[in-house]
Every structure is written in C-alpha cells, then in structure tokens.
Design a protein around this ligand. Structure first.
Ligand code: TXA
Ligand code: MG
Length: 336
C-alpha cells in the first residue's frame, strides 16, 4: 500500500513534482476527477491502468494546459481549430489523427488517433503547466464504477494505490466530457456530455452524427470509443430507471430497501420519507451534477437493495444524463 498524500489546490508545486517523478496524482476538472500521469512516460501511464484496473485496449485522454501543447502530437485541422476556439477550456474532448510515433501506444491503445481535452478549471491547468507535459486523465474511479465528483469519492477508490489526490471541492458538471471524433469522415459524438450536438453543429456548420443514440454495447461489436463497450458508471447495487409519469405507481410498489433519486417536483408528488430519497434538484444541470454522487452514496448504505432513478427529458444535457443512467442500470427500466 502506498501512502496517498492529501493535497489542496494550493499544493500545485507538490503535484507537479510527483507527476514529473512518474507518479500518479488525482486531479480535479470541471466534469469529474481524473487520474493524472505524465502522458510521455510509459511507466507512469502503466501505473494509471493498474490503479484503475482498466483494460489496456481502452485509450486514455491527453489533458493539456493550452492548445499549443497539441502541436507536438497532431496537426490541427480548420474544423478542429473552430471547436477549440469555441469550447476550450471546457467539457469537450476532441479525437484527432496523430503524427506517427508521437504518442505512446500505451495512451492510444494502438489507434492512429488520440483524444485531447483542456478542462475549464484553473487548478487543473496550473498542475499541467507545473508538470510541463500533457497528462493522461481518465476518470479517477475504479474501472466500471461511477466517476468521482468529489475528492472523497477518489479517496474511496484510490487511497493506497496512487501518490496523491488534489482536493478542489465538488466538480461542477458531474459527468464526463463530450467526446467528438474529428478523425472520422463526418464529425461523430462518441460520448454525450455538457457540450451538445446542437452546439457542435452551430460551430461546424455541418451535420454531426451522434453514435450514442444508435450504438449497441453488445460484446460482439467494436464501438468507435473503446471505452463504450464496458459496463460503466455502475454501482454494485441494482439500479433501475423510471419515467416521471410512473412516479406514483412506483411509490406504491416500493420496498423499504428501495430508494429514489428524482427531481424536486417528482419527489414532492411521491411524498416519500426523506431517508428514502436523493434530490436531483430542479434543473438538468442539478440532476447531472448529482447523479454519480447519489449512486455512490447509496452503494455504501448497507440496507439499500435497489436505487430507482428518474430519467430526464432527452434533450441537451438530458442526453448525457440518460446515457450514464442507462449504463449504470444496464438499461433496466421500471415498467409502471
Ligand atoms: O471529463 C472527462 O473527459 C474526464 C475528466 C477526468 O477529464 N476524463 C475521462 O476519461 O472521462 P476516460 O478515459 O474515462 O474516458 C475517455 C473516453 C473513453 O471512452 C475512451 O475509450 C475514449 O474516450 N477514447 C480515448 N481515446 C480515444 C480514441 N483515440 N478514439 C476513440 N475513443 C477514444
Ligand atoms: Mg471513465
């Protein structure tokens, strides 16, 4: 077991020293916490796979402090540049073709493309500047579990396994960045997030495909984002999604070991004991920010057997919410 250091957003220098020494440091972003390591240092990257228990064929995001850092690894097309100008720093990860030999196979999983992201968080950027290299940044959870939105979540999964955790408070968005493949013939969303299809189309001026609305996660197909084929974002407890129109039918069939995560309006209609509920607030932003925190909380409450979670309207950020909920529940739906 490693002695995991607890750092704050004042300890940028210490985080940089550890990263430069090839150690793994968990860092905040505006979406979820990430597991950082020097992307140009093979053994350091290897440690990230070990800490997460992540399959080696699932490529990692390279997190950069500014768009300049990209030029060593890729040539940036006009369209990619437009996205960078519009959305960076922010919750958009861009897949680009790499210059041969410039990115470690360990990072790309052997693909001829790589994923890049510039987070909207000053602490993240300061850490990367201090390290002086791009850092890989998969979500800082054990592979398959919900992504961490607080430093405590990271501690739960990673203490003893990594060198340090930088605590910068709860994240703002709550789900991982949108992943858009700009190496494909047509720009394609591989993972929905806070940057929506409509926003991408407005900037690019062309149609953007959303692979996640049709993609099968069956084992016999190879999805474009290798990460999408694994069971994901899932607590150990059973998760079932429900439609708000079925809220009252659900209330009648609830067992004392069941809990409900829903928006305020729905919770008020259901009038359940407080101990049995987790509020997803009043907006899509609230709901998305709270989803993983609620799932992680109930996963550790011994008597809870099933977590029912309200689906969101499938527009904008609602697509990202429903995508993560679908994976957490294995697409199990309450039939009212
Ligand atoms: O918000 C986020 O993006 C967070 C924070 C920490 O920055 N990071 C994150 O990383 O979610 P990760 O590694 O958990 O997810 C990266 C996703 C995976 O589904 C992976 O398969 C996909 O991006 N990916 C990475 N490189 C790729 C590539 N070259 N082609 C296709 N998909 C790729
Ligand atoms: Mg992840």
């Amino acid at each position: 077991m490693m002695n995991t250091e607890r750092l704050t957003n004042q300890d940028i220098q210490r985080a940089g020293v550890l990263l430069k020494a090839g150690e793994v440091v968990a860092f905040p972003t505006e979406t979820v916490y990430g597991l950082g390591a020097d992307a140009t240092h093979e053994e350091a990257v290897q440690k990230v796979f070990v800490a997460k228990g992540r399959p080696a064929d699932n490529p990692l995001i390279m997190t950069v402090a500014d768009a300049e850092q990209l030029t060593n690894f890729v040539s940036v097309s006009e369209a990619a540049k437009a996205l960078i100008d519009a959305f960076w720093p922010g919750s958009l990860t861009i897949i680009l073709p790499i210059k041969p030999g410039q990115v470690s196979m360990m990072v790309t999983g052997g693909l001829d493309t790589a994923a890049f992201r510039l987070p909207d968080n000053e602490t993240t950027r300061a850490i990367i500047r201090e390290a002086g290299v791009p850092i890989v940044g998969p979500s800082a959870n054990t592979s398959g579990k919900p992504s961490p939105t607080t430093a405590q979540h990271v501690w739960h999964d990673m203490q003893g396994k990594i060198a340090a955790i930088v605590d910068d408070g709860p994240t703002q968005v709550g789900v991982e960045s949108t992943v858009v493949d700009m190496a494909a013939d047509v720009p394609t969303i591989l993972r929905p997030g806070a940057v929506t299809q409509q926003q991408l189309e407005d900037v690019l001026g062309i149609h953007v495909l959303d692979a996640t609305s049709t993609m099968s996660v069956a084992d016999d197909v190879t999805p474009k984002a290798p990460g999408m084929k694994y069971r994901h974002y899932a607590p150990d407890k059973q998760v079932v999604m429900f439609d708000r129109l079925d809220a009252l039918a659900l209330k009648v069939s609830l067992a004392p070991t069941d809990v409900v995560m829903a928006q305020e309006e729905t919770l008020q209609r259901m009038a359940l004991p407080l101990a049995q509920t987790w509020s997803l607030g009043t907006t899509l932003e609230n709901a998305t920010e709270q989803l993983f925190a609620g799932l992680r909380y109930y996963d550790d409450v011994a008597h809870v057997k099933t977590i029912y979670v309200e689906k969101m309207p499938p527009i904008g950020l609602g697509k990202a919410f429903n995508n993560r909920l679908g994976k957490a529940s294995g697409n199990q739906e309450y039939q009212g």
